[in-house]
Structure formats: structure tokens, C-alpha cells
Design a protein around this ligand. Structure first.
Ligand code: NAD
Length: 343
């Protein structure tokens, strides 16, 4: 049997556990896996592009467990009443090749993206950071805000989105949770006085959500919306002034903000910072950029976290996914058991 977490169960589990607690607990799994980064299988994800979006497969393995995520990115989906990003994922046993765990990952991706952003910001943002600008208040945004509060104690938010209804939804969801929220008059207003800037927009274009002039010294930029060829958020001038940190360089050069830069543009992989093998922030004036695109190991960590979290709970069901006859050579017998064979 394969354990399966559907949308209803992940939502019931999240409601019982608490979103902020899930985000901070998940960081422990992420950080542990980032610290053993070299042992994982790694390759840029396999992308199938179309005019409206992309569908991607994201596999990895630590030699014991294999995992993959199916995910799409369709920025115009909300105008048709659909999610920009949906996903599901699987874990499997490397010894047998049998799948062991299957989960919805639309919700889980929001958790893992926010937890990864906050984990990276904890290593790179100024320790005295207290205000975050949130540009793009769609699906991912509340998760991002809760992760930054849980890990960095950031409670002041300056928010902007081109869609006023998305801003109203964000305020409606987070104001009751004790955040201090200022609705900005535009992106420039939003970043004024912010120590951390999260760009979380969706546009299948080389957008300039942040211009060079909008970014002052000491800021940490958590850029999550530039994650596809031809889909970026930052003016290249910012990248020239900043130190840029990535997940897996080979994938980020294809998909991240640094697709705008020369292939030799220097970047640091964040696992090296977490292991103390490379410098993170070295001065209060430095601009740091997390050029996030989302890497398979983060989904692997999130799936393993969820698998452990729902163990011994009612928040999964067993499903009969693998045809497994008693005689491993007699699949035909399993198919025809109890029924006359029509040939
Ligand atoms: N890096 C990662 O690991 C990762 C993971 C998940 C999603 N993403 C990306 O993050 C982005 C946000 O995802 P989502 O699910 O929240 O999408 P969403 O469509 O729900 O929200 C995006 C929001 O951005 C707003 N927006 C678009 N252009 C803007 C602009 N120029 N200025 C201000 N606001 C603008 C839209 O109105 C919308 O409210 C997407 O681009 C998605 O592909 C990245």
C-alpha cells in the first residue's frame, strides 16, 4: 500500500498543526538536507514549455529514497479561475523502486517555498531586519510572511500588488494574525524602509518589479517569481551590485534572475553558506539576493517532513497503487483472477 495525502487531509493536518509551526518545523528538514547536498542526485528540472506556461518534473534521490514533483506554472491561470501553480509529489524506496508515499503538493509547495525562503533569509538578511516588503500578494504570499515571522521575527509588512483584490485578500488573511501591515501605493513605496524585499509576482515576461534605484544598501532580496526562461523580476543592475545566492547553479542559470547575466556571473550555492564553506552576508551594507527558482531537494525534504508528520495520524489513506501479485512473474494471473479471459 502507498500512503496518500489528498487535499482534504493536508488541509485538516495544517489546521490542526498550525501553518506557522509547520513552516518552522519544515525548516529543520530542509536545513538537514541542504547540509548533505553533495550526496543527492541533481539535475536541472525537466521543463515542457507552452505559450501560456510550463509543466515540470523535479526528481532527486539520496540513495535511499527517491522523490519527484510534478508542478506547473501558468501565470494567466487566475484570470480563468485557476491556480498559477499546482503540484503533486511521490517518494519511492530506492532498494525496490516501489513508491511509498504520494501527496498533493499545491499546498505543500507553498509551505516548502516559504520555509526555504525564510531559511535562506535567516542566513543572509541583517540580524536586525524587522520590516519586509511583499510585492505580489497572491497564493504564496501569506506563507512567505508567516515563515519570515516564524524564523526571523519579522512582523511589519509593506505590501503591493497590481491587483487590489489580491492585496485586500492578503490583509484579510493576515491582519487578524497580529501582523502590522501597511498597504503601499506602489512597489517603490512598498520597499521604502524595508530590510527584506520579497518579490512574489507571476508574469510570463522579463518584468522589472524592482528597478536598480529602488534597492538601497543592506537589503536582502528574496526573489521567488523569476523561475522560468524569459520570466524575471529584477533589473540586472541590482544583480551587479549584489551578492547572489542560488540553490543549484545549473538550474538557476536557465531559470533564475541570473539568466540575464553572463554564464560566468559569480554566484554562491546556499548549501555552502549553511555548511560554513562559503561566506554569506559579510557587512551591514551588502545587498544579498536569493535568486530562488525552487529545487527538487526542497520538495524531497517537504515530502519526507509530511510523511513523518502524518505517521500515526488520520491524515492519510492507504491506496492500492502498485500491482503486486503473490507470484511476481504472474501479473497476467492478477489481471484475470476470478474472471473468464476474453481473448
Ligand atoms: N521559487 C520558487 O520556488 C517558487 C515556488 C512557487 C511559485 N513560484 C513563483 O512565484 C510566483 C508567485 O506565485 P503565486 O502562486 O503566488 O502566483 P499568483 O498568481 O497566485 O500571485 C502572483 C501575484 O503577483 C501579482 N503581480 C503580477 N505582476 C505584478 C507586478 N508587476 N507587481 C506587483 N504584483 C504583480 C498578481 O496580481 C498576483 O496577485 C510565480 O511566478 C510562481 O511561478 C516560485
Amino acid at each position: 500500500m502507498v500512503r496518500f495525502v489528498d487535499v482534504g487531509n493536508i488541509n485538516r493536518w495544517a489546521a490542526e498543526t498550525g501553518v506557522e509551526r509547520i513552516l518552522t518545523d519544515m525548516v529543520e528538514y530542509l536545513e538537514r538536507d541542504f547540509r548533505r547536498w553533495p550526496i543527492f542526485d541533481k539535475a536541472p528540472r525537466v521543463a515542457s514549455h507552452s505559450p501560456l506556461g510550463v509543466i515540470e518534473l523535479m526528481p532527486t534521490s539520496d540513495g535511499v529514497t527517491y522523490g519527484f514533483k510534478y508542478v506547473n506554472g501558468h501565470p494567466s491561470n487566475p484570470s480563468r479561475g485557476l491556480q498559477t501553480v499546482t503540484a503533486f509529489g511521490v517518494l519511492a524506496d530506492v532498494q525496490s523502486g516501489y513508491p511509498t508515499f504520494w501527496s498533493e503538493m499545491t499546498v505543500l509547495t507553498a509551505f516548502r517555498t516559504a520555509a526555504t525562503s525564510a531559511m535562506v533569509a535567516r542566513a543572509l538578511a541583517r540580524p536586525d531586519a524587522h520590516t519586509m516588503a511583499m510585492i505580489g500578494t497572491g497564493t504564496q504570499s501569506e506563507f512567505q510572511a508567516l515563515a519570515f515571522r516564524g524564523l526571523l521575527g519579522i512582523n511589519r509588512l509593506r505590501v503591493w500588488d497590481t491587483d487590489p483584490e489580491a492585496i485586500a485578500k492578503f490583509v484579510r488573511n493576515l491582519a487578524p494574525l497580529g501582523f502590522e501591515i501597511v498597504v503601499a501605493t506602489g512597489a517603490t513605496d512598498a520597499v521604502t524602509g524595508a530590510d527584506v524585499i520579497t518579490t512574489c509576482t507571476a508574469d510570463k515576461a522579463n518584468a522589472t518589479v524592482l528597478t536598480d534605484a529602488m534597492v538601497g544598501p543592506g537589503v536582502h532580496i528574496n526573489a521567488i517569481g523569476g523561475d522560468c526562461p524569459g520570466k524575471t523580476e529584477l533589473d540586472a543592475g541590482i544583480l551587479h551590485r549584489a551578492d547572489v545566492f542560488v540553490e543549484f547553479t545549473a538550474q538557476t542559470r536557465i531559470e533564475g534572475e541570473i539568466q540575464q547575466m553572463h554564464p560566468d556571473f559569480p554566484v554562491t550555492e546556499i548549501w555552502q553558506v549553511l555548511l560554513g564553506e562559503a561566506a554569506g552576508r559579510t557587512s551591514a551594507e551588502q545587498i544579498t539576493v536569493f535568486d530562488s527558482v525552487g529545487f527538487a531537494i526542497e520538495d524531497f525534504s517537504a515530502l519526507r517532513f509530511l510523511q513523518d508528520a502524518v505517521d500515526q495520524t488520520p491524515f492519510y489513506t492507504d491506496i492500492d497503487l502498485v500491482a503486486d501479485p503473490d507470484d511476481p512473474k504472474d501479473l497476467f494471473g492478477l489481471v484475470t483472477a476470478g474472471a473468464p479471459v476474453l481473448v
